[in-house]
Ligand binder design. Structure first.
Ligand SMILES: C[S@@+](CC[C@H](N)C(=O)[O-])C[C@H]1O[C@@H](n2cnc3c(N)ncnc32)[C@H](O)[C@@H]1O
Length: 277
């Protein structure tokens, strides 16, 4: 169960993720992160569609999982993350399988600084926005960097089920009976303890309501193209039966956003509007 975070600012977040970077990457290498590899990662990749030749910004790229998935599919990827250690881990992958990814250590709340306006065709963020203390600034900085008509495809933990009070009720045999959630409207930063990843670590994230998230997105100037609540595929459930909990209640939420372009153009996967009203 998370507890209220004492600090949630750029410095505390950088420190937490620097300390998390090694156990996080080692846990992933040991197969701990199958919710990502078998479930929400492929679902977010699929939502991105055809990214070939796109200039793509991955925000809160961590050790580069999503940046690499996009680069493998032909995007020209820039990744930014506040944690130097996370970026160092990303660079280690880059030295093994060079994907030409351009990594930067920076607080995403500083965007659009460092890049020319409208210099990206697309932006992505994989489970990172809820970890950012100044998410409203991040949303607006990314917006300034997107070309008109460019998409921002972002995932967060689902705000309706990842609440300050959250626990699975279990039967005598340990089977999950139902998910107990409470305190949905108690918004603010929380501290999460991670165990089972080699070394234990803590990170902070912000709980906000769905209404707040959508309000911030619209205020930053995006159009909401779609909301998605991914569910594990039958194949993923066969290989990892304990993903079944995520087939009962939504664990993740995807935002498919677009920066309006103010004109007419052909409707394609990554140019969603045939007509802007
Ligand atoms: C849960 S990890 C996700 C990393 C990566 N996207 C992935 O899918 O593995 C969250 C990441 O957000 C980064 N982060 C948190 N606040 C940030 C900020 N203000 N600017 C840039 N990155 C930030 C953390 O350093 C961490 O790497």
């Amino acid at each position: 169960m998370p507890k209220p975070a004492e600090k949630f600012d750029a410095e505390s977040v950088r420190t937490s993720w620097d300390e998390a970077a090694d156990p996080y990457a080692e846990g992933q290498a040991a197969g701990r992160d199958y919710y990502r590899y078998e479930f929400f990662g492929p679902a977010q990749v699929a939502l991105c569609g055809d990214v070939r030749e796109m200039r793509l910004l991955d925000v809160g790229c961590g050790n580069g999982y999503f940046a690499r998935e996009m680069a493998k599919r032909g995007a020209r990827v820039t990744g930014v993350d506040i944690s130097p250690r996370m970026i160092a881990r990303a660079m280690q992958y880059e030295s093994v399988e060079a994907r030409g990814i351009d990594y930067h250590v920076m607080d995403a709340a500083m965007l659009p600084a460092g890049f020319p306006a409208q210099s990206f065709d697309m932006a992505t963020s994989c489970l990172a926005l809820q970890d950012m203390p100044q998410v409203v600034k991040v949303l607006s900085g990314v917006h300034a960097l997107l070309r008109q008509g460019g998409r921002f495809v972002a995932s967060i933990t689902h705000p309706c089920t990842d609440t300050p009070l959250r626990a699975w009720e279990r039967d005598a045999a340990g089977n999950k009976r139902w998910l107990c959630i409470d305190r949905y409207f108690d918004c603010g930063p929380l501290q999460f303890s991670w165990s089972g990843w080699g070394a234990d670590f803590t990170t902070e994230a912000m709980h906000a309501t769905l209404e707040q998230w959508v309000g911030w997105i619209l205020a930053a100037g995006y159009e909401l193209r779609a909301l998605k609540e991914p569910c594990p595929t039958a194949e993923a459930l066969r290989s990892h039966p304990d993903l079944e909990d995520a087939a009962r209640v939504p664990y993740y939420l995807f935002f498919d956003l677009v920066k309006p372009d103010g004109g007419f153009h052909e409707a394609t996967d990554n140019a969603p509007h045939s007509r802007r009203r």
